[in-house]
Design a protein around this ligand. Structure first.
Ligand code: GTP
Ligand code: MG
Length: 201
């Protein structure tokens, strides 16, 4: 899919105030600093459409971006950021879960996982929560450029094995790098496919 236009629409902390549209949408979710906002910029080919930072906790709201005037990409705050206060964490948690529970046009969540790290309980638990709520999701392994090819393959295989302890099969997954554009065509192709099915219905 070619990205012809991408524009920021609105930020908010209330799912009820998200854009009142039936356009298909896709959300990027994962731990703080995993690279959600960077991936939105990489996918759209825009340097700073979504705000990024080396310090975790940058994105604090639900941010809608309109792509090609016919679908939304959604940048969410990270979960599991230890340095925000408990009450802020609870507020985040509440509107993130409300977003996933109520946003019927959210056709697929992309759960971002840092390809350098061992499987983390918080990510595994979040995916289980999505599964229990019947929310479709894929996995995106980020920051692939930070690993040598062998280490990357080993980590992804390790992750798959861990997932297979609880899941019947590994969900669809992508390997990306926001610095090299790795995975861009695959993620966009996947979204295009779902958009086409959505229009066909
Ligand atoms: P929060 O909004 O705080 O939850 O973080 P986020 O998940 O949106 O992460 P963000 O995109 O702000 O990136 C965090 C840091 O990781 C920044 O310093 C990025 O430049 C860096 N980063 C993100 N993706 C990549 C990548 O693919 N490769 C490399 N080398 N660095 C990356
Ligand atoms: Mg962010």
């Amino acid at each position: 899919m070619i990205i012809k236009s991408s524009e920021f629409v609105v930020s908010n902390s209330d799912v009820a105030k998200c854009p009142d549209s039936k356009l298909p949408e896709y959300a990027f979710i994962g731990r703080s600093n995993v690279g959600k906002s960077s991936l939105i910029n990489m996918i759209t080919g825009r340097k700073s459409l979504a705000k990024t930072s080396g310090r975790p906790g940058k994105t604090q709201l639900i941010n809608h971006f309109l792509i090609n005037k016919d679908w939304h990409l959604v940048d969410l705050p990270g979960y599991g950021y230890a340095r925000v206060s408990k009450s802020i964490k609870n507020t985040f948690q509440k509107f993130i879960t409300a977003y996933f529970e109520h946003r019927a046009q959210m056709l697929c969540a992309f759960v971002l996982i840092d390809s350098r790290h061992e499987p983390q309980p918080i990510d595994l638990e979040f995916m289980e929560w999505l599964g229990e709520h019947g929310i479709p999701f894929c996995v995106i392994f980020t920051k692939a450029d930070k690993l040598k090819p062998n280490a990357l393959t080993r980590n992804i295989e390790g992750y798959k094995n861990k997932m297979l302890e609880t899941w019947l099969e590994m969900p669809e997954y992508f390997i990306t790098s926001s610095t090299s554009n790795l995975g861009k065509d695959e993620v966009l192709g996947f979204i295009e496919n779902i958009n086409n099915q959505f229009i066909g219905n």
